[in-house]
Design a protein around this ligand. Structure first.
Ligand code: RIB
Length: 332
C-alpha cells in the first residue's frame, strides 16, 4: 500500500503580531497628540500577513513557522491563520506575543511601531523540516541570524527562497547568496542599494536572480534573467495600505511556487495588493482568489500609468506583466 504524499506547500517562516490600529486625521508628528477613532485590535505581523495572503489568495497549501507568547494574544493570531487554512508550526516563547502600534491616516498612509517580543526568539534550530516545501518565504521581523540560517538551509536543500526585505535592513552577503526572489519597497530599496541611480539600476545592483520593487500606487518593477517586467497598479480607492506589501508577497510566492510564470505572478500579486488597500487591517484585508480573479478581469491600469511607471523606473525596454515576454516593449 502506498501513502499519498501531501501536496507541496509554501512555508512562511517569520513574524506574527497583534496590531493595535487607530485611525487619525493625520499621522502624529514627534511630540504631537492626535485624537482618532476607536481602537481596532486585529492579527498582523509581516510573516503571518503573508501566510494568510498566500493561503487565501494564492489557493496554495501554506504552512507557517512562528513564535508566539503564552498569553491571550496568541490565540487571536492562531485562529486567523487557521481560518485562512494555514498549517501552523508554533514555537512557544517566554516573551510576549509580538505587537504593533499602527496609526492610519485619512490619506490611507500608516506609521507602525513594532514590539517584536516572541518574534525575536525564533532561532535557527526552529526550522527542522523542509520536506514537501515548494518555497520558503522570509522577512526581517525575526533575527537576521535566523533569517540567514533558514535561507541557507533552504538553499542547501534546493528549496527556493523568497525574501521580503521588510522592515528595511542591509542584506548580509551570505543571505544574498541564498535568495531566489527579493521583494523590497522603495524605502527598503534605498537601504539595500542606496539612493543613486534609477530603480532599474538599483534592482540590477542587488545581484539576485529575481528582484522586485513594489512602488505603491505606481505599481511594481521586476528584474529577472536580465529582463525588466512592469505592472502598473490596479486602480482602486485606498482606505488603508497596511499589509498591502505583505499581500503582494504572499500572493506572489503562492503563484510562483504553483509554477506560474513571473509575469502572471506579478499581475496576481498586484491585483491582490490593490484589493488589500480597500479594507482596514492587514490579514483582514487579504483578498480571496475569487476577488483577485474578478479584479484581473475588471478595470485595468491605463497606458499612461504604464508609461509613467516605465519613466519612473528608468526602463525603456521591458515586458508587461501578464503578457508573454517580448510582446510589449519600448512604447515610445
Ligand atoms: O506590514 C504590516 C505589518 O507590519 C503589520 O501587520 C504590523 O504587525 C507590522 O508587522
Amino acid at each position: 500500500m502506498t501513502t499519498a504524499k501531501p501536496p507541496p506547500s509554501v512555508l512562511v517562516a517569520g513574524s506574527a503580531n497583534v496590531d493595535f490600529i487607530v485611525r487619525t486625521p493625520h499621522i502624529p508628528a514627534p511630540g504631537e497628540t492626535v485624537l482618532g477613532g476607536d481602537l481596532t485590535v486585529t492579527p498582523g505581523g509581516k510573516g503571518a500577513n503573508q501566510a494568510v495572503a498566500c493561503a487565501r489568495g494564492g489557493g496554495v497549501a501554506t504552512a507557517m513557522l512562528l513564535a508566539l507568547g503564552d498569553d491571550p494574544f496568541a490565540p487571536l493570531i492562531e485562529a486567523s491563520l487557521r481560518d485562512a487554512g494555514v498549517d501552523l508550526r508554533v514555537v512557544r516563547s517566554t516573551r510576549p506575543t509580538g505587537a504593533a502600534l499602527i496609526c492610519v491616516s485619512d490619506e490611507a498612509e500608516n506609521a507602525i511601531a513594532v514590539a517584536p517580543g516572541a518574534n525575536a526568539t525564533l532561532a535557527p534550530a526552529d526550522l527542522t523540516d523542509l520536506a514537501g516545501v515548494a518555497g520558503l518565504v522570509l522577512q526581517f521581523e525575526t533575527p537576521m541570524a535566523t533569517v540567514t540560517a533558514f535561507a541557507k538551509k533552504a538553499r542547501a536543500q534546493g528549496v527556493p527562497v523568497i525574501l521580503n526585505a521588510a522592515p528595511a535592513a542591509a542584506l548580509p552577503a551570505e543571505l544574498r547568496a541564498a535568495i531566489d526572489v527579493l521583494v523590497a519597497n522603495e524605502e527598503e530599496l534605498v537601504v539595500l542599494a542606496g539612493r543613486d541611480g534609477t530603480i532599474a539600476e538599483r534592482l540590477r545592483s542587488l545581484d539576485v536572480p529575481c528582484a522586485v520593487a513594489t512602488l505603491g500606487a505606481r505599481g511594481c518593477c521586476a528584474l529577472a534573467d536580465g529582463a525588466y517586467w512592469l505592472q502598473p497598479a490596479f486602480p482602486v480607492a485606498p482606505v488603508d495600505t497596511t499589509g498591502a506589501g505583505d499581500t503582494f508577497c504572499g500572493v506572489l510566492a503562492g503563484a510562483l511556487c504553483s509554477g506560474a510564470p513571473l509575469a502572471d505572478a506579478l499581475r496576481r500579486a498586484s491585483a491582490a495588493a490593490a484589493l488589500a488597500t480597500t479594507r482596514l487591517g492587514a490579514q483582514a484585508s487579504a483578498p480571496t482568489a475569487a476577488e483577485i480573479e474578478a479584479l484581473l478581469h475588471g478595470r485595468q491600469p491605463d497606458e499612461s500609468a504604464l508609461a509613467g511607471l516605465a519613466a519612473y523606473c528608468g526602463v525603456t525596454e521591458y515586458n508587461l506583466a501578464g503578457r508573454p515576454a517580448g510582446q510589449l516593449s519600448d512604447p515610445a
